[in-house]
Design a protein around this ligand. Structure first.
Ligand code: PMP
Length: 388
């Protein structure tokens, strides 16, 4: 019997065989002509995946938190005011990072866990004036809450505030149109919907963000993150010239180019539609199994992951039973509700059969813990959408 488990957590996700093979290529020099070509191709593909033809892409060796660090370090100077649209754990982290670089941070918090602040509340804060940067978590991985990135970006443009989108749990899965929506910096990490093993921080800066960086008075408070060091490197790779500041993650960049190629072969519109369809099927299954979810309304529920509450009197032992049935899902993360819910990622190369296998494993787990439901109800609800 196969002992492989299906990994359905919100990152790292399962990667395609082609991407995994690329990570095992014989490592070249970082200035080998064939690597320079691949790096240039990856940068071009990032512009297409972020839907930001005029953006400057950056690829760093590091995780998503480094991408957060880079956005905050390069856009803020001591004494700047920053607004954080706060939907959970990763918004709190962004606030901490902005403060670390000397910004004074104001949070507009969701009224309750599982909700997002309204555009009116955000606008009221922006009206107070003085903000240089507004940061928001597109999909908060701790709550599965999505914010209205388009509406927030429009407010940022209207009030002359730089917008920063944490797209770690969204880019290449959730609909995100960086240039059209006017998002000044968007970033993600390789291990989620981008579909590459952990280790790359990916950032795309729009023209307003690059201009704001050039107008800085104070040096960037982080040596590694400083765009002064990296902008010439990314420009050089983009123009297919050798250059060096810090050794790039050669094999991961090879894999990145392969994965971005696969994403673009599918096409961004088709990719958004597939994520929406699989998400609908999975969420319908969760509802049919009589589990409620952390997001309080469907408008604030993400498409890249789902956060169901455990049934009454059930704890995280459910996750062990789901694993025994072959699927690995994640426990809770938000401090206020950590022991009351679990999280299932469905992004990247995820397929219909992955969704059905996951629903089936959850049904088996629920049966083990004595939850009252009709066996097969979740699968039937998912199939109704998948066969429509
Ligand atoms: N932001 C969001 C929305 C995330 O989901 C994560 C990781 N789960 C991060 C930032 C941090 O990324 P990393 O764990 O790769 O540092």
């Amino acid at each position: 019997m196969k002992d492989r488990k299906l990994l359905m957590i919100p990152g790292p996700i399962e990667f395609t065989p082609e991407v995994l093979r690329a990570t095992g290529m014989p490592t070249t020099s970082h200035i080998a002509p064939n690597f320079i070509e691949v790096f240039a191709e990856a940068l071009e593909r990032m512009r297409e995946v972020f839907l930001c033809p005029k953006g400057q892409p950056f690829v760093f060796a590091g995780s998503g938190t480094l991408a957060m660090d880079i956005a905050a370090a390069n856009l803020t100077e001591p004494g700047n005011e920053a607004l954080v649209v706060n939907t959970g754990y990763f918004s709190d982290r962004m606030g901490d990072i902005l403060e670390r670089y000397g910004a004074t941070v104001t949070h507009v918090r969701a009224p309750t866990v599982g909700d997002a602040p309204s555009l009116d509340e955000v606008e009221a804060a922006l009206k107070e004036g003085g903000y240089k940067v507004m940061a928001f978590t597109h999909v908060d991985t701790s709550t599965a809450v999505v914010v209205d990135a388009k509406g927030l970006s429009a407010l940022g443009q209207e009030y002359g505030v730089l917008t920063v989108l944490d797209g770690v749990c969204s880019v290449a899965g959730e609909e995100m149109r960086q240039q059209e929506w006017g998002i000044d910096v968007a970033f993600t990490a390789s291990q989620k919907a981008i579909g590459v093993p952990p280790g790359l921080a990916l950032v795309v800066a729009g023209p307003r963000a690059v201009d704001a960086f050039h107008e800085r008075k104070a040096p960037v408070g982080n040596y590694y993150a400083d765009w002064t060091n990296w902008l010439p490197i990314m420009e050089a790779y983009g123009e297919r010239r050798p250059s060096y500041f810090g050794t790039p993650a050669v094999n991961l960049i090879w894999a990145l180019s392969v994965s971005l190629g696969q994403i673009l072969d599918e096409g961004m519109e088709a990719r958004f539609a597939r994520h929406q369809r699989l998400n609908q099927a999975f969420k319908a299954a969760i509802a049919a199994l009589r589990l409620s979810q952390v997001p309080v309304r469907s408008e604030v529920a993400a498409t890249t992951l789902t956060a169901p509450y455990y049934p009454d009197d059930v704890d995280r032992s459910l996750l062990g039973h789901i694993k025994e049935a072959g699927v690995i899902v994640a426990g809770g993360l938000h401090a206020e509700i950590r022991d009351r819910y679990f999280r299932v990622g469905h992004m990247g190369a995820v397929s219909e059969s992955d969704i059905l296998a996951t629903v089936g494993a959850i049904e088996q787990g629920l049966a083990q813990v004595g939850h009252g439901f009709e066996p097969g109800a979740g699968l039937a609800a998912a199939q109704e959408i998948l066969t429509a």
